[in-house]
Design a binder for this molecule. Structure first.
Ligand code: SF4
Ligand code: SF4
Length: 83
């Protein structure tokens, strides 16, 4: 049977072009606490004690929770290019 519609990339979890802000980590401020990793609802932050925080922007939804919970304000929400 032929599908009636083809799923868009977002249906596979990949964030669409609708994200308006994205989190950028200032690693010189980061104290390696792991709170952003713990609270990210999408589990897109890669972190282990002693490693640098990395965010997978393909799946990050730009909700800003990581920036809110960071105790030293090491994460800035910056506008997406073209917004
Ligand atoms: S903005 Fe939201 S989805 Fe993206 S890394 Fe931060 S908490 Fe996770
Ligand atoms: S919450 Fe802030 S200080 Fe803690 S690991 Fe994430 S970026 Fe670093």
């Amino acid at each position: 049977m032929l599908p009636l519609s083809k799923p868009a990339p977002a249906s596979a979890g990949i964030t669409g072009t609708w994200r308006t802000y994205k989190p950028v980590v200032n690693l010189s401020k980061c104290i390696d606490c792991g709170l952003c990793w713990l609270y990210c609802p999408e589990s897109v932050i890669d972190w282990e004690k002693g490693t640098k925080v990395r965010i997978d922007y393909d799946f990050c939804k730009g909700c800003g929770i990581c920036a809110d919970v960071c105790p030293v304000k090491a994460i800035d929400m910056v506008p997406e290019a073209g917004v």
